[in-house]
Design a protein around this ligand. Structure first.
Ligand SMILES: Nc1ncnc2c1ncn2[C@@H]1O[C@H](COP(=O)(O)OP(=O)(O)OP(=O)(O)O)[C@@H](O)[C@H]1O
Length: 243
C-alpha cells in the first residue's frame, strides 16, 4: 500500500534521510521508532509532500507521491496527525473533526465519518462546541487523531501520538489506536519510546541518524541489544537482560 524506496532528503545542506526503505501493507500497524532528531517527522513530512526528496520514491497504492501537492496526497487517502497536533483555534472541536469531510469525498456520509471518530475518542463528545484554543494537550491530541480519521483514510500517519502527554491520557490514546487498528485502517506510527509501541504491532523500523538500522518484529527488536540501546536506553536493556 505504502512503499518507500531509497528515500534521501536534505535539509539546509545536510542529509537528514539517507536511503530509507519502508512498507506498510493494508490493515497493518507499523512503527517507525528512533531517538529525537533521527528523522521520523521528516519521513512523514516527505510522505505528505511538505518536503521534496533528493532521491527515492514514495508510492501509495501504486501511485508515485513525490511531486504531488499535499492536498492531493490527502485526497488519495492518507490521514496525518502531526506531532504538534495543530488544532484550528477559530473552529469548534466538532468543526475541526469534520474538516476533512469537506475536502475528501468518501462513500460514508459526513455524519458517519465524524461519528466513527467520536467512537474512537468518546471523551470528545463533551467538548464538541468548545473552541480549538480551549483544549488541553491531551484533548488536542485526540482532536488531531480524530480529524485525521474523519478523512476516511486507508492509511493513517500518527507522529508520536503519546509525546508530552500526561500518564492519565496515554491509555486513552492507546485505546484509540487499538480501535483504529480494529477498524482495519493501516497505521504508520512514529515513536521515540519502545514502551509506547503496542504489542500487536506488525513490524518495527528503527531509524538512527537518517538510516534504517533494524526491520523486524517487536520480539526480534527486544532480543537485539544494539537496537534496544537506541529505542529503550541503557537502563531498559539491563531490565530486559534480567527479565
Ligand atoms: N526545518 C529544519 N531546519 C533544519 N534542520 C531540520 C529542520 N527540520 C528537521 N531538521 C533536522 O533534521 C533532523 C531530523 O529531524 P526530524 O524532526 O525528522 O526528527 P524526529 O526523529 O522526528 O525527531 P523528534 O522526535 O525530535 O521530532 C534533525 O537533525 C533536525 O535537527
Amino acid at each position: 500500500m505504502l512503499k518507500i524506496s531509497g528515500l534521501k532528503v536534505d535539509i539546509g545542506g545536510s542529509r537528514v534521510l539517507n536511503g530509507l526503505d519502508l512498507t506498510v501493507g493494508p490493515g497493518e500497524l507499523v512503527c517507525l521508532i528512533g531517538r529525537n532528531g533521527a528523522g521520523k517527522t521528516t519521513t512523514f513530512r516527505s510522505i505528505m509532500g511538505y518536503r521534496q526528496p533528493v532521491a527515492g520514491s514514495i508510492s501509495f497504492k501504486g501511485q508515485e507521491l513525490v511531486g504531488l501537492q499535499t492536498y492531493k496526497i490527502a485526497q488519495l487517502g492518507i490521514g496525518y496527525s502531526p506531532e504538534e497536533s495543530d488544532v484550528y483555534a477559530d473552529l469548534s472541536v466538532a468543526e475541526n473533526i469534520a474538516l476533512p469531510t469537506w475536502t475528501r469525498p468518501s462513500t460514508l456520509s459526513e455524519e458517519a465519518r465524524v461519528e466513527r471518530s467520536l467512537n474512537v475518542f468518546p471523551k470528545l463528545r463533551q467538548y464538541l462546541t468548545r473552541g480549538g484554543a480551549q483544549l488541553s494537550g491531551g484533548e488536542r491530541k485526540m482532536v488531531s487523531v480524530a480529524r485525521a480519521l474523519a478523512l476516511d483514510p486507508s492509511l493513517l500517519l500518527l507522529d508520536e501520538p503519546f509525546e508530552g502527554l500526561s500518564p492519565a491520557i496515554i491509555p486513552i490514546i492507546s485505546e484509540g489506536v487499538a480501535s483504529i487498528r480494529a477498524m482495519g485502517e493501516a497505521v504508520l506510527m512514529a515513536e521515540s519510546n519502545v514502551h509506547h509501541v503496542p504489542e500487536y504491532v506488525d513490524r518495527l523500523y528503527v531509524l538512527e541518524r537518517g538510516e534504517m538500522i533494524f526491520t523486524g518484529t517487536l520480539e526480534q527488536a527486544r532480543r537485539d541489544r544494539a537496537v534496544m540501546r537506541v529505542i529503550a536506553g541503557e537502563i531498559d536493556v539491563g531490565e530486559i537482560a534480567h527479565a
